[in-house]
Design a binder for this molecule. Structure first.
Ligand SMILES: [Fe+2]
Length: 329
């Protein structure tokens, strides 16, 4: 084979003239990739992806992962996806334990202190709650510490909301929801769909819920273990409250003496949602409530904004509807 002409071997080729497209460099990586998104027709998608690229590249430049470490990250995300099924959503758990679920939730439901604060829906609102009468006992298997739960639902001026729908669900004394223990707990145990009376009141009999761990037998559990974090959520009752003409609220009420109140694995606790659950030792009141003496009481009043009302601190255009009922999360 003849030798190549020496000038093509020894001297660099001149850079080709490019029409636009800047080549990738470490310094300009985010801008180069972001420029490739400039033609995205949907402006919101363009905004989201452009921001994502800038933050992601900044993260990589901050951390400078080795290729092996990046492989671990890809493997972690792959296993997170593979853990998902009809009854398990590992990506939501990942979002939860990184505080992103709560951040998205909080941004979309700013109250400015004008109504009951919301918190995460959680993964256990998997079935439509059974309709119950005021005063019913939702504790179908008779286990646990009896508790009378009651409250008022009002509008922003304190007007009572008659006919408001109050959807509740909670764990049993062992820290499990009914859907986690089919065949052990009765179906619909510790769930109820109530309607407030003419004065906006609701009340029902239940038990004191218990703290519980989020599912930690998958990649997210490994992440928690690797960072020295526990998987537990403090004891709480879930509420979704809705009334015609008002904005529904999805929230919890937390039991004040529960462990893990200051270290909820999913960051769901807000001060305004914590309530004492005092013991009442009064046979007459117990008889009136239909509970054994002594019993505990939990009072949780809820205030809803009007549908058209914009909370003082909310961005006016992007308020998202709250899931009302029966919708798996
Ligand atoms: Fe929960």
């Amino acid at each position: 084979m003849p030798d190549a002409p020496s000038d093509t071997v020894l001297s660099a080729s001149p850079a080709p003239v490019r029409a636009g497209g800047e080549l990738f460099t470490e310094e300009r990586s985010a801008d180069v990739v972001a420029a490739s998104l400039a033609g995205t027709p949907d402006p919101r998608l363009r905004q989201v992806l452009t921001s994502l690229v800038h933050h992601l590249h900044a993260f990589v430049k901050d951390v400078e992962p080795t290729e092996a470490e990046w492989g671990v990250a890809i493997d972690f995300l792959t296993r997170t996806g593979q853990m998902c099924s009809d009854v398990r959503q590992e990506f939501i758990l990942l979002s939860d334990v990184l505080g992103v679920s709560m951040l998205v939730e909080t941004i979309n439901h700013r109250t400015g202190g004008t109504s009951t604060e919301s918190t995460v829906l959680g993964p256990f609102h998997m079935v439509e709650s059974p309709e119950r009468e005021l005063g019913d006992d939702i504790n179908l298997d008779g286990k646990g510490t009896p508790c009378l739960v009651s409250g008022h639902v009002t509008g922003p001026e304190g007007e009572p909301l008659a006919g408001a729908v109050v959807d509740v669900w909670q764990t049993n004394e062992d820290g499990f929801y009914d859907v986690q223990q089919p065949g052990i707990q009765p179906q619909g145990n510790l769930r109820g769909l109530f309607t407030t009376d003419g004065e906006g009141r609701f009340w029902f009999r239940s038990v004191v819920p218990r703290y519980y761990p989020i599912p930690d037998d998958g990649p997210v559990g490994q992440l928690l273990a690797a960072t020295g974090r526990h998987p537990n959520r403090p004891a709480h009752l879930h509420f979704i409250v809705a009334a015609p003409g008002y904005r529904p609220v999805t929230t919890h009420v937390f039991v004040a003496d529960s462990p893990y109140l200051d270290s909820d694995a999913v960051f769901g606790v807000k001060d305004s949602l914590v309530r004492d659950v005092p013991e009442v030792d009064d046979p007459a009141r117990a008889a009136e409530a239909g509970l054994p003496n002594p019993f505990r009481t939990l009072t949780f009043d809820l205030s809803l904004l009007r549908e058209e009302q914009t909370p003082p601190t909310a961005r006016p255009v992007d308020v998202q509807p709250t899931v009302v009922k029966g919708v798996p999360s």
